[in-house]
Design a protein around this ligand. Structure first.
Ligand SMILES: Nc1ncnc2c1ncn2[C@@H]1O[C@H](COP(=O)(O)OP(=O)(O)O)[C@@H](O)[C@H]1O
Ligand SMILES: [Mg+2]
Length: 352
């Protein structure tokens, strides 16, 4: 039985720069290392979000685990299968969804899904359920050329889902889906949470919050910065939205407190804290009813900000864990090398 749905041991990915190397490898095509020894485990039944600055290698990691790119070092298993030597087994069990996935514009949604169901041996019923829950049945016989960005995003998710994958890798796929439909998408994916692992990159803190159990923080240079529990983050920082209000003239503390009890007054401004979107909407409504303001702005406190705050508090503990992971990766590498050597010796003995 596999108890880890994902296991990455010192995964390395490099891309050619287009130039030539100098120094030791003089004259050979030069390479840039994008993933520099990514090591982590994800237990079965849990879902993961990748977080990190632009260019840190999140998409490259998703593509390498999805077998679109082959690694240049280290290794990984997906659903218990090796991403290089058991590539077919891996591909049977996963879907990879990305906004760069494009379709034949002249085909209808139904024709598009029919095609993918045939090619991947998928399940049309699952795709149909998804479209029905979203109340988008009217799109079934509509050509994709008329679809909005949000509808295209839904189509991509649908293509990923119809395969009924054990792992759905999704790279920023909820962008463009309107607020109400996003809630339905989240509900749908959350309901399936136990059967399906999600590994995703998403800028909406709510998506990560609702769908993921763990966050893998990736640093520039393609290294792991740490793995964090979403529940743990929330027990430490239980707010997600920040509503800034500029009042007309002066206001009393009581006035502000009557609007919402979790508040702060900075300079002449009031700041309210909400734990979720419903609370943020409620605060908005109350401020508007109160009416004594010039401006109101809501911003999501990104889960990335919260993660970074959390990381600062746990530097030492994380360093220990990272060292342990590195040691484990080294041991796994040595074990692989020893196994290879043993096999070679055996072959030699047999031959000679
Ligand atoms: N196919 C490729 N060829 C060469 N360089 C690439 C390729 N794909 C990504 N890169 C480079 O790898 C780095 C990481 O990219 P990416 O994985 O897309 O990061 P992220 O998704 O975290 O923003 C970037 O510097 C990018 O330019
Ligand atoms: Mg990316």
């Amino acid at each position: 039985m596999v108890d880890q749905i994902l296991q990455s041991n010192g995964l390395i990915k490099e891309f050619p720069t287009g130039g030539l190397s100098i120094g030791k490898n003089k004259g050979r095509p030069s390479k840039k290392r994008i993933l520099d020894g990514i090591t982590f485990d994800l237990p079965k039944g849990l879902s993961l979000a990748l977080l990190g600055p632009n260019g840190s290698g999140k998409t490259t990691l998703l593509k390498t685990l999805s077998t679109i790119y082959s690694p240049d070092g280290g290794g990984a298993t997906v659903c218990g299968y090796d991403i290089v030597s058991e590539i077919k087994e891996v591909r049977k069990r996963i879907s990879f969804v990305t906004p760069s996935m494009d379709f034949q514009k002249k085909l209808t949604l139904k024709q598009t899904l029919d095609f993918f169901v045939k090619v991947t041996g998928g399940d049309m019923a699952l795709a149909k359920d998804f479209i029905e829950e979203l109340q988008l049945d009217h799109l079934w016989n509509t050509k994709l050329e008329t679809f909005s960005e949000g509808q295209k995003a839904i189509t991509r998710l649908c293509v990923g889902l119809q395969k009924n994958p054990e792992i759905l890798f999704a790279d920023e796929v909820t962008n463009g889906i309107d607020f109400r439909r996003k809630q339905v998408v989240l509900d749908f994916l959350e309901k399936q949470g136990r059967e399906r692992t999600l590994v995703l990159v998403d800028h909406d803190p709510e998506v990560v919050d609702v769908l993921c159990d763990k966050i893998l923080l990736i640093a520039l240079g393609g290294t792991v910065r740490g793995m964090v529990d979403v529940a743990e983050l929330h027990s430490k920082f239980n707010y997600m939205y920040d509503i800034m209000v500029i009042p007309k003239g002066t206001v009393t503390k009581k006035e502000v407190k009557d609007i919402w009890s979790r508040y702060e007054m900075i300079g002449g401004m009031c700041r309210f804290f909400a734990s979720n979107r419903e609370e943020a909407t409620e605060i908005h409504e109350r401020v508007i009813k109160w009416g004594n303001f010039i401006d109101i702005k809501t911003s999501g406190i990104s889960i990335e900000d919260i993660t970074l705050m959390w990381l600062k508090k746990h530097e030492d503990e994380l360093e220990e864990r990272l060292q342990e992971d590195r040691k484990k990766a080294k041991e796994a590498e040595l074990a692989r090398a020893a196994k290879k050597k043993k096999a070679t010796n055996k072959r030699r003995k047999k031959a000679g």
